[in-house]
Design a protein around this ligand. Sequence first.
Ligand SMILES: C[S@@+](CC[C@H](N)C(=O)[O-])C[C@H]1O[C@@H](n2cnc3c(N)ncnc32)[C@H](O)[C@@H]1O
Length: 260
Amino acid sequence: MNQKTIEYASEYTTVWSFPQRGNWATHNPKYRGNFAPQIARNIIEMYSQKGDSILDPMVGGGTTLIEAKLLARNALGIDINPNAIELTEQALNFNHQPPSKQKVQVADARDLSFLKDNSLDLILTHPPYMNIVKYSEGQIPEDLSNIGSLPKFCDEIEIVAKELFRVLKQDKFCAILIGDTRKGRHYVPLAFNVMQRFLKAGFVLKEDIVKVQHNCKYTKRWEWKAKKDKFYLIMHEHLFVFRKPKTDEDLSRIRFSRQL
Ligand SMILES: C[S@@+](CC[C@H](N)C(=O)[O-])C[C@H]1O[C@@H](n2cnc3c(N)ncnc32)[C@H](O)[C@@H]1O
């Protein structure tokens, strides 16, 4: 049976909801926790031009790079896990006109020393949400999805944020999708903590987009517990869009969008 191709529409508000993930080209939901192609497409169309250079330093199954290829942007995809790099290479195995270049490599997002300062037009990424989903079982020590402590995770993300700030061109954008979690009876605002570290690295906040979550594997299993123990299931993530300010920019006018 032929699968129906999901239609794409550009977003224009700060609430994004994709009950059905895009299934065009080689996109598929197999890589655990991969984001919907609609996220990558909206960000790439809004914040870059044809021929620009895009980086996803935690590329996973390759969603960002597939969209970059379809939209004729050059792109580099990095991941600490060789399995992710292999899957991304396979996902990029299709023809598209006009041509553009996509490259992938195994590397640690905390050390981008092989990239020049101020060299990229757009960054889009989607880090692990601490150890909620583990992408390796301890055999890759640099994998941030092995960290279960909030302060430790944020310290490592701050190193990533500093590297992303360094390699991005001035006045260009860096978008990251990140969610929250719960520990015991309390809400852990992982996303806001990560946001603070990006501000600390020098970025300013352009957008906070709420991404509604659908098709969560555990929703049904947790529903009864949430009702019994009186808490709400988390069904949203934050898509923060940061901008790297120009060196000569007067930041006093946007003081509430940066670290105070
Ligand atoms: C949420 S997944 C990304 C999914 C991706 N957006 C997609 O659509 O397929 C997070 C990725 O971060 C990678 N990762 C974890 N620690 C990393 C590190 N230190 N450097 C680079 N990648 C890392 C994991 O291997 C995993 O593939």
